[in-house]
Design a protein around this ligand. Structure first.
Ligand code: IDP
Ligand code: MG
Length: 151
């Protein structure tokens, strides 16, 4: 856990179509995380199969790839203290019905196959996902707010 920890957060096609882009970005921004990468991408099935390689073989895998390739996603990298674990807490459980109100999925989703947002589940996977989605690299800048967010 460090203040430079990074996580890959992605607003899925349903989150984009439902007009939740600003709301999801706002939550990470106001929590104090630093936005270090962001783009709108219509990903290919091949790219999404790499992203979800660990789930290949699951019954829902073909449907998951079709859903994720059905429209553009917002790919982002957020940095800050315990970003991976805190990002997952902010997202809520994989199944929105089990997500607490106050979480992104608990406030805006009902179905596991349309759960609006992705977040990395470990620091190691976050770094892999960042390389997969941002092979061009990440912009460097000083986040002046950091002195007010961290001791
Ligand atoms: P996560 O997104 O919370 O990390 P994973 O288990 O990594 O959850 O699954 C990746 C994505 O696959 C989920 O966010 C969801 O969109 C989809 N998914 C997972 N389980 C199911 C299922 O049982 N039915 C349909 N889609 C599922
Ligand atoms: Mg996952």
């Amino acid at each position: 856990m460090s203040v430079s920890e990074r996580t890959y957060i992605m607003i899925k096609p349903d989150g984009v179509q439902r007009g939740l882009v600003g709301e999801i970005i706002k939550r990470f921004e106001t929590r104090g995380f630093k936005l270090i990468a962001l783009k709108l991408v219509h990903a290919t099935p091949e790219h999404l199969e790499k992203h979800y390689a660990d789930l290949k073989g699951k019954g829902f895998f073909p449907g998951l790839i079709k859903y994720m390739a059905s429209g553009p996603v917002v790919a982002m990298v957020w940095q800050g203290l315990d970003a991976v674990k805190t990002g997952r807490v902010m997202l809520g459980a994989t199944n929105p019905l089990a997500s607490s109100p106050g979480t992104i999925r608990g406030d805006y989703a009902l179905s596991v196959g349309r759960n609006i947002c992705h977040g990395s589940d470990s620091v190691e996977n976050a770094e892999k996902e960042i390389s997969l989605w941002f092979p061009e690299g990440i912009v460097q800048y000083t986040h002046n707010q950091a002195i007010w967010v961290f001791e």
